[in-house]
Design a protein around this ligand. Sequence first.
Ligand SMILES: C[S@@+](CC[C@H](N)C(=O)[O-])C[C@H]1O[C@@H](n2cnc3c(N)ncnc32)[C@H](O)[C@@H]1O
Length: 186
Amino acid sequence: MDISLFWIVFALLGGLVVIKALYVLGAVLALPTTGGALFCFTHYSKIETILDEINMKSNDVVFDLGCGDGRFIASAAKRYNVKGTGFEINFFAYFLARLRLFPLRGRVLVKRDSFWKADFGEADVIFCYLFPDIMEKVAGKTKKEMKEGALLISCNFPLPGWCAEKVLTADHPSQKDPIYIYRKKA
Ligand SMILES: C[S@@+](CC[C@H](N)C(=O)[O-])C[C@H]1O[C@@H](n2cnc3c(N)ncnc32)[C@H](O)[C@@H]1O
């Protein structure tokens, strides 16, 4: 093998190893707060399905509970010009979200903090893709704090004790998990 090709392959593989190590370290350090909701992405087909269904207004405030790399909130801000806050406790995901959301600064904010500390009453739309073990707690906080008429969208996992207004599925062969839409009623 050509020596320069060797170094290119070596650098690429080394980069992949470093990224994987950062991913694992981020997940491990965040574990006490996440309760098992690991950093993984919502597929864009699901995000498009949600944004096609829900018409947001430009003065709506969107919260993303555990925003990962910020893809949902970025897509919502680009399509509807909404304001938003993403909460992300995993340092690696937070870093990716900061990069992605940099061009949207001023409208969209990402906080390296737990969403359990946030006031859900400030949001018109809440998005989450979390983990079954913590959905009961999310349901309780939502019931207590979310304002009347506000929406909560949960990818994959239902909110215990709540009745979904709609359940969507993406038009993609490998992305058929349910997307639950809840509205806070009086
Ligand atoms: C399954 S991922 C979803 C990421 C992103 N919302 C998406 O749909 O692509 C769940 C994310 O929630 C974050 N998370 C879990 N509990 C959290 C908490 N209490 N506060 C902030 N972030 C949290 C995790 O670090 C993880 O990145």
